[in-house]
Design a protein around this ligand. Structure first.
Ligand code: NAP
Length: 336
């Protein structure tokens, strides 16, 4: 069998290798999952870089998201059966041909999802669903934060687009920020109060004022921030008194400015990490939320465009393609 392996932290394209291995037999409570497809996500690349070195033991097999079929079950397994298509969650290891996982972490896949949809039905769909529910549309009510009261940055990212579609379903039209003019095209068909391009003249320098103007002259009440750094800081500065910055990504590679806490003590900064939610939610809540996310994948709301599907043995090429700016969809790894 073939798997990807990381033996030293660093840039993924340099440190991810492939190797042959003999998968162990599943022990009590475990199953062997024959992987079909796995996603390449920013969270995989950040983990491989060593950003979470304190909780990552080397060597390891990367991949937090992927779909496979249960091949064999260990003693005492009743949650899943051989032949069932599942998402083996809770640990990394999707970038290999056979993942031995705890049966209780193997969640079922909605039958009508294709393998590509299933392989991208967890990390971003569930995060976008939980964030929009918890911070923008409490109780699922329409437009709680106001039609122009929400800002989404990195709006052309896979999760940015699905978050906007989820907000649109609740009647919310956010101000969307993209970093390149081509990002505007990727938002075609989505309803927004405005699309701002941070590389346009004058936008970045006066971001708080530009965002407020785009929101109809009113300061926004919620920002979904996947960028961090000075952009995240300026979006926090644009918020209405008591507003919320949901900080869930670090695409700039830089943390939010520490001065923010003293400059805008009224702003609530929430650090959202799917991992924390998944590892603390009870099983019924996790199963229900994932099922809901998968329905949103099936109806297109949480759909992920796929740009490239490459076999595991070409993982370095897959990682090169992942790093291309303006990529139009996810890169997936096929476990053959
Ligand atoms: N906290 C959580 O639990 C959680 C869960 C899911 C996702 N996330 C985070 O959400 C972010 C997006 O994930 P994804 O899977 O949707 O990514 P993605 O679409 O696969 O790739 C990121 C996209 O964001 C754009 N981008 C990169 N750097 C940017 C910057 N500085 N400013 C604006 N846009 C930038 C790029 O688009 P262009 O090249 O076209 O500009 C790139 O294609 C990541 O930071 C990820 O870690 C967090």
């Amino acid at each position: 069998m073939l798997r990807c392996v990381v033996r030293a932290f660093g840039p993924a394209v340099d440190v991810v290798a492939t190797e042959c291995y003999d998968p162990p037999r599943p022990g009590p409570g475990e199953v062997s999952v024959r992987m079909l497809l796995a996603s390449v996500n920013p969270s995989d690349l950040v983990t491989i870089s060593g950003a979470y070195a304190s909780r990552t033991t080397l060597p390891f097999v990367p991949g937090f998201e992927g779909v496979g079929v249960v091949e064999a079950t260990g003693a005492g397994v009743s949650e899943v059966a051989a032949g069932q298509r599942v998402l083996p969650l809770g640990t990394a290891g999707a970038w290999q041909q056979v993942k031995v996982a705890e049966a209780r972490w193997c969640l079922p896949v909605l039958p009508r999802l294709t393998d590509e949809q299933a392989a991208t039905s967890y990390v971003n769909p569930l995060t976008a669903l939980l964030m929009s529910r918890q911070y923008v549309i409490p109780g699922g009510g329409a437009g709680t934060a106001g039609a122009a009261g929400v800002v989404v940055n990195a709006a052309a990212s896979a999760i940015g687009r699905m978050a906007i579609r989820m907000l649109n379903r609740a009647g919310v039209e956010p101000v969307a920020l993209v970093r390149h003019p081509r990002g505007r095209e990727q938002l075609t068909g989505l309803r927004t109060a405005a699309v701002l391009c941070t590389s346009d003249d004058g936008v970045r320098e006066a971001l708080p004022a530009v965002v407020r103007e785009a929101a109809g002259g009113r300061p926004p009440t919620v920002v979904l921030d996947a960028v961090g750094g000075s952009e995240g800081g300026d979006l926090a500065r644009a918020l209405a008194p008591g507003g919320t910055l949901v900080h869930y990504g670090l695409l700039s590679g830089r943390p939010l400015p520490p001065a923010l806490a003293t400059e805008r003590p009224d702003v609530r900064v929430v650090l959202f990490r799917l991992r924390d939610w998944v590892h603390t939610a009870d099983r019924a809540r996790l199963t229900d939320a994932l099922a809901e996310a998968q329905h949103l994948v099936a109806d297109g709301t949480a759909a992920t465009p796929v740009a490239h599907v490459l076999p595991l043995r070409d993982v370095r090429e897959a990682l090169r393609r992942e790093a291309v700016p303006g990529r139009t969809g996810k890169v997936l790894l096929r476990a053959d």
